[in-house]
Write a protein that binds this ligand. Structure first.
Ligand SMILES: [Zn+2]
Length: 71
């Protein structure tokens, strides 16, 4: 009785969090994404969220009184 040791159940495939595509971990150039592009897209999302967040910026109030400028 010979038992063939097949490791077919060990699937090295990963799912890209950006595009949902399945890829092999040893084939990607930008893990855990399938491509560098997907990595950049994900990074872009992060940056976009950060920018759109209400951020307290110290803005110097413009005190331009139109009455003081008139001649
Ligand atoms: Zn992808």
């Amino acid at each position: 009785m010979t038992v063939s040791s097949r490791s077919s159940t060990n699937d090295p495939k990963q799912t890209c969090p950006t595009c949902g595509r399945k890829f092999r971990m040893d084939e990607t150039e930008a893990p855990p994404f399938c491509r560098q592009r997907c990595r950049l897209i994900d990074l872009g999302r992060w940056l976009d969220e950060e920018i759109s967040l209400p951020h307290e910026s110290e803005e110097s109030p413009k005190t331009i009184d139109p009455d003081s400028v008139r001649d």
